[in-house]
Design a protein around this ligand. Structure first.
Ligand SMILES: NC(=O)c1ccc[n+]([C@@H]2O[C@H](COP(=O)([O-])OP(=O)(O)OC[C@H]3O[C@@H](n4cnc5c(N)ncnc54)[C@H](OP(=O)(O)O)[C@@H]3O)[C@@H](O)[C@H]2O)c1
Length: 143
C-alpha cells in the first residue's frame, strides 16, 4: 500500500526554489570585483550579506553604495573587516558574525585564493595527492 505524502508545492515554484530572500550570506572579498558583483546580486534579491576584506574603507564604501542602490529590495550589506589567510583571522570573522547571527545560509569563499603546493609553510608537496589536499582543506595551515 502506498502512502501519499503532501508535497509543499509552494517551495517547488521556481521563484522560491532559488530565492535568497531573507538569507544570511557571507562573501569574502565582497567589497570588490567578482565578490562585489555577487553581493549586489544577493542584495537585490533580498539577502543580508556580510562582506569581508582587510581594507575597512573599501568595505565601507562598497556597503554604502550597494545599500543605497539596492537596499529598497529589502536586502542589505554589512562590512566586516578581517583577514581570512590565517586561522586566527578566520576565527575573528566567525566570532563577529556569530555574535550577530544564529546561522549562515551561504558562504562564498571568493577571496580564498591559495596555491598550497607552492607555499613553503605547508606540508603539501603536490596537488595530485588527494589525501594531502584533503588534509590541508580540513586542517588548514598553521602559521
Ligand atoms: N577576475 C577574474 O577574471 C578571475 C578569474 C579566475 C578566478 N578569479 C578568482 O576570483 C576571486 C575574485 O577575483 P577578483 O578579480 O574579483 O579579485 P579582487 O577584485 O582582487 O578581489 C579580491 C577581494 O578579496 C579580498 N581579499 C584578498 N585577500 C584577502 C584576505 N586575506 N582576507 C580577506 N579578504 C581578502 C580583497 O580585499 P582586501 O585586499 O581589502 O582584503 C578583495 O576585496 C579571486 O579568488 C580570484 O583568484 C578571478
Amino acid at each position: 500500500m502506498s502512502v501519499l505524502v503532501p508535497i509543499p508545492t509552494q517551495s517547488l515554484q521556481a521563484g522560491d526554489l532559488y530565492s535568497v530572500k531573507g538569507n544570511v550570506i557571507v562573501v569574502t572579498g565582497g567589497g570588490t570585483g567578482l565578490g562585489r558583483m555577487m553581493t549586489e546580486g544577493f542584495v537585490v534579491n533580498g539577502a543580508k550579506v556580510y562582506i569581508v576584506g582587510r581594507r575597512e574603507e573599501v568595505l565601507s564604501k562598497a556597503a554604502e553604495e550597494i545599500n543605497q542602490e539596492f537596499g529598497k529590495s529589502g536586502g542589505c550589506v554589512i562590512p566586516v573587516k578581517g583577514d581570512i589567510s590565517t586561522k586566527a583571522g578566520a576565527k575573528a570573522i566567525v566570532d563577529i558574525i556569530g555574535s550577530k547571527e544564529t546561522h549562515v545560509d551561504t558562504l562564498v569563499n571568493n577571496a580564498a585564493i591559495q596555491v598550497p603546493w607552492k607555499n613553503p609553510i605547508t606540508t603539501v608537496e603536490g596537488h595530485n595527492d588527494p589525501e594531502q589536499v584533503e588534509r590541508l582543506v580540513w586542517e588548514g595551515v598553521e602559521e
